[in-house]
Ligand binder design. Sequence first.
Ligand SMILES: [Zn+2]
Ligand SMILES: [Zn+2]
Length: 261
Amino acid sequence: MTSALFLGAGASPGVPSLSNGWGACNPNNPKNIRRRTSTLYEVNGVKILIDTSPDLRMQLLDNHITELDGICYTHAHSDHLYGIDELREINRITCKPLDVFATEVTMKEIKKRFSYLLLDKESEDFYFSKPGLLPHVIKPNHLFEINGIKIMPLKLLGHNMPTFGYIINDEIVHIADFKQFANSAWKHILQIKPKLLVLPLTIIEYHRYHIGLKEALEYIKILKPEKVVLNHMASECDYDFVNKHTPDNVEPAYDNLKIEW
Ligand SMILES: [Zn+2]
Ligand SMILES: [Zn+2]
C-alpha cells in the first residue's frame, strides 16, 4: 500500500499571506488555506518525508506523525527547510537519530546554517535539546534506499537555487521548484509510468523561476501519469480555478489531502 499526504500545499508566503492577503483565492473555501510545503509518502510502511516546512510542528501534530524513516530535501530555500528543528520531537519519541538525505549542494547549506543538528556517526550521543540528524549525501541519477524503498534523485533546472526531485519506488515522481527537467531526469521519468506526479504550480502565469499552469499542463501531457497533484501554490492559485482549468486526473493540493492506492 502506498499513500501521499500533502502536509502543506502552499508556496513560500503561505495563503493567506501578509503581503497579498487571499490574492485570487476565495477566502470562503477552506482548501485555499495553505501552509508551506512538506509531503509524507508511505510505501509499504516506510515513511519518507520530503522537506521540512516552517509549519512542520503543526503538520506533525495535526496528522499524529510520530516516526519517520527518512527525510529527503529538494533544496535549501526556507519554505522547504526551516522546520528542520521540529524533527527534535521525532527524536524524542523514537530515541534514535533520523536519516537525512540531500545532494551535496543542499547538504552544504544545511551544514552551514544548522551545523548543530548534524551528527558525525550513528553511535554519537545526541541530546534531546536539539535534533539528532545523520546526514547522507546523495547524487542525482544515483539510486539509494530508505528501508528497502528505492529512491532516484532527479536534477531540476531553472529555479534560483539548485533543486532536485525524486522518483520513489518507481511509482511516485515528486518535483520541487523548477522550470525544466534536466535531460537525465527526463530519461528516468520516461522509463516508468508514474502513478502519481507531484508538480509545484506556484503561480498561474509565467514566472522566471517557476512553472506556471501552461507549462505544468505541457509536462503532464508528455509524462502521462495516472494522477497528478499540483502543490506549492501561492495566493494567485484559487483551488476551484485550478481544478476547473485542469484535466480530470489533475487535482490541486490542499493541506492534509491524502491519496492512497
Ligand atoms: Zn518553494
Ligand atoms: Zn525554492
